[in-house]
Design a protein around this ligand. Structure first.
Ligand code: SF4
Ligand code: SF4
Length: 243
């Protein structure tokens, strides 16, 4: 998921300077997990902005599981708030930059609502684990080497992002020379390859990545989901879990 933190209020107020009527929109995906776009975070932001002279004309709260970057669902909420969005001086997105831009694009191109739109959050890239502690696992390089490195990503777990390691600086107790608090990623890769009987992969030389394959923006085309079928699946799963 996309790790994120909220920007300082002073920075948000700077963007909103001279704009009074504000629509807040959260996200029921990653921003809910990181408390940067859940309904409570929206209420806190509304209170803080109100104290600073802003009029919150709508709070678009997406329920958990509804991501603002996934327009087939989030657009339903945008349409429900068409009048508020038209009346707004600015829209403050409590999501990552992905969600902010998906919504901006939909408003501009599908609803004809061209407004100043700001992200209240700073996105930090992919992180995993939880529920409280998360760590970067993948930077989306587009050419995954995990099958060769025992399921440990050297690009994110090695402080130098080495594709062939270790660097020679591993400490005698197996820590990283850059960060003595952290285990050397390449020592971990070596130990795990050994455990799974694939140590021969350790000696293979991995050639430099072809970053030209990762030109931006990346684009993907897939068969659209059958949304109603997926929602029914989700409902059945929740019922089976006793929710
Ligand atoms: S090699 Fe690392 S950064 Fe690249 S896709 Fe695999 S996990 Fe992600
Ligand atoms: S000590 Fe290990 S984790 Fe640290 S930079 Fe060198 S190879 Fe990477």
């Amino acid at each position: 998921m996309m790790g994120q933190t909220q920007k300082p209020l002073e920075e948000i107020l700077k963007y909103l300077n001279g704009r009074r009527k504000i629509v807040l929109m959260g996200c029921g995906g990653c921003a809910t997990i990181f408390h940067t776009g859940d309904p409570e975070a929206i209420d806190r932001m509304a209170e803080a902005l109100s104290k600073n002279g802003k009029e919150i004309i709508a709070k678009i709260k997406l329920p958990f599981g509804v991501f603002c970057c996934y327009l087939p669902m989030s657009s339903q909420f945008l349409k429900m708030h068409q009048k508020d969005l038209e009346a707004a001086d600015a829209i403050l997105m409590m999501s990552c930059g992905d969600g902010t831009q998906a919504v901006r694009s939909y408003l501009d191109n599908e609803m004809g609502i061209v407004k100043p739109i700001f992200s209240a959050n700073n996105a930090l890239g992919f992180v995993g684990e939880g529920p409280a502690n998360f760590i970067e696992k993948c930077l989306g390089c587009g050419d995954c080497v995990l099958p060769e490195t025992a399921g440990i990503c050297p690009l994110t777990q090695c402080a130098k992002g080495l594709l062939n390691g270790p660097c020679g600086g591993t400490t005698p107790d197996g820590k990283c020379e850059v960060d003595p608090e952290k285990d050397c990623a390449w020592l971990q890769i070596f130990r795990r390859l050994e455990k799974i009987g694939e140590l021969d992969k350790f000696a293979e030389i991995r050639t430099p990545k072809d970053w030209s394959k990762a030109t931006r923006p990346r684009r993907l085309s897939v068969e659209p989901l059958d949304l109603m079928a997926k929602l029914k699946e989700l409902k059945n799963t929740l019922v089976s879990m006793g929710v």
